[in-house]
Every structure is written in structure tokens, then in C-alpha cells.
Design a protein around this ligand. Structure first.
Ligand code: SF4
Length: 188
């Protein structure tokens, strides 16, 4: 098992890569993160229209309690986010294109860590329902087409992204006609 100094040096090598992919990032202790079943209840209300449509969204995934227990082996959570411009606040196409871009960046980070540090134990969360395939195979066809790449959202784990930003002095609302997408990296 790596000590704190080794982990710090290891993560340092990804700093530039993360800065190139995202607008801002900040590492916070996992102990400061709340895993909240109320956030899962918002998923169940299907405000985003993706409930029951992805292998990486409820009800296909574990309960919040189980996910929290799985993530409790990690010490750090690196929050990263990117701000996108929209034509106006109804620019649905702009939002969809932005989220796809954010997921592509999140996947690049995931692959980079896997290639550079194959022994590093980490877990990455993105924004929104996984959009890596044109149509998710859930629930008709099993299994997920790209299980190594598939992206889970912060909210699907019961984490309130807005609260994390606010609690840690990060700006969630970045002005009119913008949308901010947030992801996170759990590591030891
Ligand atoms: S990788 Fe494809 S099949 Fe798997 S969760 Fe994402 S969209 Fe669905």
C-alpha cells in the first residue's frame, strides 16, 4: 500500500492533465462528503428523464448505503468541473453537447490514470446519465456494452454536487447562459 507522500506525488503527475481537461479542480477529504438518500429520491422522481434507462443509474445500481460503504476505502475526493456556454437557458441541444463533451473528458482522465498507474485504486464519477453509447442497452440487453468505460454520475451515488461546490468555496452558478458540469475522483 502506498503512503501519503507516494499518493501525493502520484496525483501530482496528473495535475496538468486535469487542468487541461477541466476549468477547475479541488481535493477534499472523503469524510466531508455526504451520501444522501434524499438525492437518490430526486433520481426516483425522474426529473432528468433517465431513471431506469441506464446501467449506471438507479434502479440498476446499488443502494446509497452500499455505495457509501464501497467508497469508504478512499481518503480523498478530487472535484473537477467545467463551465459551458449556452445560447440561452432553453438551449437543450447545447446542454446535451456539453454533457457529452464533459463525459468524454472524464473518460480521458479515467483512461489516463488506468494507463499510467494501473495499480492505483480509484473510482471516478461524472455528470449525468452515461451517454457513451447511442442507445444504452439497459434493461433489454445484458450486459453494459462498455463496462470498463461506463460513467456513473455524482448524483447517482447520492452526492449533492451543488452542496459540495458551495461547501468548498467553488462556484456552481457561473452566470447566465452557462451550465457547469461536475465530476469527481475518489482515491486513497
Ligand atoms: S457504456 Fe453504454 S451500455 Fe453501458 S451504461 Fe453507458 S450507455 Fe449504457
Amino acid at each position: 500500500m502506498k503512503d501519503n507522500g507516494e499518493i501525493y506525488n502520484m496525483m501530482k503527475q496528473f495535475n496538468q492533465f486535469i487542468q487541461n481537461l477541466f476549468d477547475h479542480s479541488k481535493t477534499i477529504p472523503v469524510s466531508k462528503i455526504s451520501f444522501d438518500t434524499e438525492v437518490r429520491r430526486l433520481c426516483e422522481q425522474n426529473m432528468c428523464g433517465q431513471y431506469g434507462k441506464s446501467w449506471t443509474c438507479p434502479p440498476a445500481i446499488d443502494t446509497i448505503e452500499k455505495l457509501q460503504s464501497r467508497m469508504s476505502i478512499f481518503n480523498h475526493f478530487l472535484v473537477f468541473y467545467k463551465i459551458y456556454s449556452l445560447e440561452d437557458s432553453f438551449d437543450w441541444e447545447g446542454m446535451m453537447n456539453s454533457i457529452k463533451d464533459f463525459q468524454s473528458r472524464t473518460l480521458k482522465l479515467k483512461k489516463k490514470i488506468n494507463q499510467t498507474e494501473p495499480d492505483l485504486n480509484f473510482f471516478i464519477l461524472g455528470a449525468g446519465s452515461c451517454q457513451l453509447c447511442d442507445t444504452c442497452t439497459y434493461p433489454q440487453q445484458k450486459p453494459c456494452k462498455k463496462p470498463k468505460d461506463a460513467l456513473f454520475s455524482i448524483e447517482s451515488f447520492g452526492i449533492d454536487a451543488m452542496k459540495i461546490m458551495k461547501d468548498n468555496g467553488l462556484k456552481y452558478n457561473n452566470g447566465p447562459n452557462t451550465v457547469t458540469y461536475i465530476g469527481g475522483l475518489f482515491y486513497c
